[in-house]
Design a protein around this ligand. Structure first.
Ligand code: GCW
Length: 647
């Protein structure tokens, strides 16, 4: 049996606390967790004095999850107004390592930028015949569920909670947004399973949320309708929700995928999404809970012949007119891009379109479209771009500001795999998700440094250079050898792994590239296309509308252009396709040789697992290169300017 990898908190990562005298002042569950961590790290808990003092006290104006950190006269002090702040403060000290006990540090407050930092698990209770135990999971089974039941041993869940607390995550959902029969019962007769998980997460400051079926009143409630204005339906939700809070007093709330990819919703009763969301919001309000209502609503049965329907428009068309009609505890959960977690998408226009609505942004930590945890693809640079993007232009708020009150949601990439994430380096994505949700201004390379220090503790100095070389640019490398210039998809239908240029071209899913002998791309302009660009405020509506100003990396998302079109970079579209695909594969080959050099430096099991994945990444990248290049060469007839091998 392979040992479970400790991810970013191996004992060595906590050595800065070893044999230090630590005073922890305060009482409560999370304060006990702080004490446990100190003891676990080999620190001495003292009752007065101490070179590290963690104090819970009423400090005016301190954020409930924040802390004040300072160092003076040989004492490092963490002051927090609430228990979670103390726990985050302790992990802050761990991250700082020796620096927390060296020079004086002027008192500074550290607080999370985004209020809710949540991971959604797409885990099933019962193994789904097509999607398995975890939908889009690339790290083995679920840590919560197995073959229809809750796992007896929640030890992995406890370890997971600890890892998450160390990066500031404070909420998780324990089941997939696609709610099937077995999962629908979590709300009622299987609530005890959710409560057991909540008990394990609570000491780490993490609240449980549940994905529920909009049709729950019918599926598990014995009613014949789920109509949001029906009094029986409203009463059912009120009483089911009250029961949830009786067994989980700190329950966070519901997550709902409605009228989307076959999930039930308010449309069946001629009601709006606001009617639907408000029904659940009203049931949750007396208990302080929130509903996360997903904006991922589109027609997945469209006719590919119909050029007027544009999937990118759908979320805005459905939701923007409803702005101002959602309850105050209803949060619209919007995927960061308008389509579906592609390698490159513009920021979703919905995020800026609803000033009267609470909005949370959803990212996909699980690498469905970015290499499925077989490819190295460090996603923090992409997320950082999203969070820093200013929908109203320079001087306006960034996406992170617009989501600050509500939060950031990541679809988790964790399973029961010994390395947690299948690919050991994919742990960095989970780490970075939490850190960016806490502070979206952090530099992705600096986050990677933190992760390296904590994960490889003793060997950090030796692995730092090679890992930065492999990972910093790995998202762009992935982009280079897959679908070009923001056009998206071109993946194999169903499992979404590997190339299939026309795989989705004549399907009902609304994800097309429209390549023909003359050109490629989706015309989403107002002038001649679907009008999607008008969903953006100025200046982006003009930037994206203009062929000359549209950023290269999104060109084919917004425009259909001839192969000879000259990019802002100076290259033609067709030559860019060839060049990037050859370059992407070369970069993967370099990654692989850098990793080989680390043989004997990192744990042998980690080395072997990553090495095996890099072999697959290289094979797959070559396949992408050859299929994409062959496809566009055959369509366009334009040869590569450098005469390289195209099939
Ligand atoms: O990306 C798509 C996935 C589905 C997923 C859906 C969603 C949970 O292919 O597997 O379903 O998005 O986000 O709801």
């Amino acid at each position: 049996m392979v040992d479970v990898h400790p991810a970013w908190l191996p004992p060595a990562a906590l050595r800065v606390l070893a044999s230090r005298r630590v005073l922890v002042q305060g009482t409560g569950l999370l304060v006990d967790t702080v004490r446990d961590e100190v003891v676990r790290a080999g620190g001495d808990l003292v009752t007065d004095g101490g070179e590290l003092v963690l104090t819970l006290s009423n400090v005016d104006g301190l954020h409930p999850e924040g802390h004040l950190l300072s160092r003076r006269d040989g004492v490092t002090t963490v002051l927090a107004g609430a228990p979670a702040g103390l726990l985050y403060g302790l992990f802050h000290v761990v991250r700082l390592g020796g620096a927390a006990f060296a020079a004086d540090l002027p008192a500074r407050e550290h607080r999370p930028a985004l209020a809710r930092r949540m991971l959604d698990h797409w885990d099933h209770v019962a193994v789904h015949p097509v999607m398995g135990q975890v939908e889009r999971g690339y790290a083995g089974g679920s840590i919560f569920w197995r073959d229809g039941a809750r796992r007896e041993d929640l030890g992995r869940v406890r370890d997971y909670a600890r890892l998450l607390a160390a990066v500031g995550v404070n909420a998780i959902t324990v089941n997939n947004v696609n709610v099937h029969e077995a999962e629908a019962h979590l709300l009622t007769d299987r609530l005890v399973d959710v409560a057991a998980i909540a008990d394990v997460l609570r000491p780490y400051g993490i609240r449980v949320h549940l994905s529920v079926s909009f049709a729950a009143p019918v599926v598990v409630g014995g009613l014949d309708v789920a109509d949001p204005v029906d009094d029986r339906v409203r009463a059912w939700w009120a009483s089911a929700t009250a029961a949830v809070y009786r067994s989980i007093p700190d329950f966070g709330g519901y997550v709902v995928k409605a009228d989307s990819e076959g999930q039930p919703g308010p449309f069946a009763y001629g009601r709006t999404h606001a009617d639907g969301a408000n029904l659940l919001a009203d049931a949750l309000a007396p208990h302080g809970g929130v509903v996360h209502w997903r904006a991922f609503v589109y027609n997945h049965q469209q006719d590919w012949r119909d050029r007027s329907t544009d999937r990118a428009r759908a979320a805005y068309d459905h939701f923007a007119p409803l702005d101002g009609t959602f309850r105050d505890n209803a949060i619209l959960q919007v995927k960061h891009g308008p389509i579906d977690f592609q390698t490159r998408e513009p920021v979703s226009p919905v995020i800026a379109a609803m000033p009267g609505t609470r909005v949370a942004v959803e990212l996909q930590v699980t690498q469905e479209y970015t290499g499925q945890q077989r490819h190295v693809c460090y996603l923090a640079p992409m997320w950082s771009e999203v969070l820093r993007f200013r929908p109203f232009g320079d001087g306006g708020p960034a996406v992170a500001d617009l989501a600050a009150r509500d939060g950031l949601v990541g679809v988790s990439n964790v399973g029961d795999d010994p390395f947690w994430t299948g690919h050991p380096l994919a742990q960095a994505n989970l780490y970075a998700f939490g850190r960016l949700a806490w502070d979206p201004t952090l530099d992705p390379a600096a986050i990677l440094d933190e992760w390296i220090d904590l994960t490889f503790a003793g060997a950090a100095a030796e692995v730092r250079g090679p890992l930065h070389a492999m990972m910093d640019g790995s998202w762009r490398t992935y982009e280079r050898y897959t679908a070009p210039l923001g056009v998206g998809f071109m993946v194999r239908p169903g499992n979404h792994y590997g190339p299939d240029v026309d795989g989705y071209e004549y399907t009902p899913w609304g994800t097309y590239h429209f390549a023909d002998r003359d050109g490629v791309g989706v015309d989403r302009t107002v002038a001649t296309g679907t009008g999607f660009t008008a969903q953006y405020p100025s200046p982006w509506s003009e930037v994206y509308e203009s062929l000359a100003d549209c950023p290269d990396e999104l060109l084919l998302f917004f425009h259909h252009v001839p192969y000879a079109h000259v990019l802002r970079s100076g290259s033609t579209v067709i030559q860019h396709i060839y060049d990037t695909h050859f370059a992407g594969v070369r970069e993967v080959a370099r990654m692989r040789s850098r990793w080989r050099d680390l043989d004997g430096v990192v744990r042998p099991d980690v080395h072997a697992r990553v090495a095996e994945r890099l072999d697959e990444q290289l094979r797959c990248a070559e396949e992408w290169r050859d299929q994409i290049n062959a496809y566009f060469y055959r369509k366009s007839g334009v040869p590569d300017a450098h005469g390289r091998r195209i099939y």
